[in-house]
Unconditional design. Structure first.
Length: 403
């Protein structure tokens, strides 16, 4: 069995997803981690020692470039803040180190395209962290659609209720559009990708409206006020409600807390994505309507399907009800699955559920154009296509798809 040596850039918070890869018995080892914060490096080593007693501790670096140049790595997890994704991915890919890159791929369409070009030119594996494709309820919805039970899909709607916007995205760098562009990327890229996945087509045209309606009016930290240790300002509490009673938000708030976009997909399906960052509850609700029925998820534990005419009650179950269980591990087992998928790619096993880099790019492109449409007063904008040679490149096998 080929041994695999892995590094991590961004050692805490989302960086903990890399822990699922550590398996010395199977020849997979996290050998290094890089983070600019000393507290994060210490927390990384402490977590590793606790989870994997007896395994050699990883080397730690303050500079990710020193880690990549100083270690012999088969792959690297990039889980640093979004505005660093492009430069870090390019650095690793230029050195032929396979990359697992958290979504969103980059903050701009040209940034995504530069990453794709670099991976193609260097014939190096690139995988994106769109873990929702590994969630049981998403897979079940796709299975139902593909079975034909609801007929030909004509429209998909997603309502995204985000109770923790004030716990996370408006307390740290996400609140600054210079560092995040729009929360249609950090949060919306997940759902846009799922819509594309369920519809089997990307967005070609998008229009949107939105507002910064709550968090710009609340007390903020002073620009020179330090964040919590390790560079983390986000913190979760059920007491963070209602939002008007909270304080200590990020000094710069320039992203919308309410976004709504309408999408025309390449195959003619129409879709909508609605996102609010100050709801009391947290959930994603997808509705898919076809020519013979519709489906809808209830959280991540049930999918209902209606195939016959009826008067509707919210208490009434569909004609078919699918009860689902969560997988083990974070995000309902999705993180376990996607990390296993990356390890398999490094071993030449390509049959997995992950989004292709092209699909990840189209989710970012839709979010970018949707955000620009909102800024321009709702004018519809086209999503630029990829060049044919990039569209037809297999970023997992590192060869043209026709071969």
């Amino acid at each position: 069995m080929k041994k695999i040596r892995l590094g991590v850039i961004g050692c805490t918070t989302r960086g903990e997803v890399a822990d699922y890869a550590q398996n010395r018995a199977d020849g997979v080892e996290i050998v290094a981690g890089a983070d600019i914060y000393p507290e994060a490096r210490q927390a990384f080593l402490a977590r590793f020692t606790k989870k994997f007693p007896g395994d050699p501790p990883p080397h730690v670096y303050a500079d990710y470039r020193e880690m990549i140049d100083g270690e012999t790595l088969d792959g690297v997890f990039i889980t640093a803040p979004d505005f660093l994704h492009e430069e870090m991915a390019l650095f690793a890919l230029e050195r032929h180190v396979a990359v697992y890159l958290e979504k969103p791929m980059a903050l701009t369409i040209p940034g995504c395209d530069r990453i794709l070009e670099c991976a193609q030119r260097n014939r190096t594996v690139l995988m994106l962290g769109h873990n929702m494709r590994y969630m049981n309820y998403i897979r079940k919805m796709k299975e139902i659609i593909d079975s034909g039970v609801i007929g030909a899909v004509k429209t998909i709607w997603c309502r995204h209720f985000i109770s923790y916007g004030g716990d996370a995205y408006f307390r740290d760098w996400h609140a600054d559009a210079v560092k995040s562009n729009s929360l249609l990327l950090q949060k919306g890229a997940h759902d846009i990708d799922v819509i594309h996945y369920l519809a089997d087509a990307p967005t070609v045209r998008v229009a949107g409206i939105g507002n910064l309606s709550v968090y710009d009016k609340l007390p903020r930290r002073a620009p020179d006020e330090k964040q919590l240790k390790g560079g983390v300002a986000a913190h979760w509490s059920d007491d963070h409600y209602p939002p008007e009673t909270q304080k200590d938000f990020y000094p710069v708030i320039s992203v919308n807390d309410l976004n709504m976009i309408q999408m025309t997909l390449a195959n003619g399906i129409l879709a909508s994505y609605l996102q609010c960052h100050y709801t009391p509850d947290q959930s994603r609700n997808y509705t898919v309507i076809g020519t013979r029925g519709r489906l809808e998820n209830y959280g991540d534990e049930a999918v209902q399907v209606w195939t016959a005419r009826r008067d509707f009650s919210w208490r009434m179950e569909g004609d078919i009800t699918y009860r689902l269980s969560k997988g083990s591990g974070t995000h309902g087992g999705a993180d376990v699955g996607i990390i296993a998928g990356f390890v398999e790619l490094l071993r030449g096993i390509y049959d997995h559920l992950g989004a292709t880099p092209q699909e990840a790019r189209y989710s970012v492109a839709c979010g970018c154009q949707g955000a620009d449409s909102i800024r321009q007063g709702g004018v519809p904008l086209d999503v630029p296509p990829l060049p044919e040679e990039v569209e037809n490149w297999d970023f997992f096998r590192c060869m043209p798809r026709s071969v």
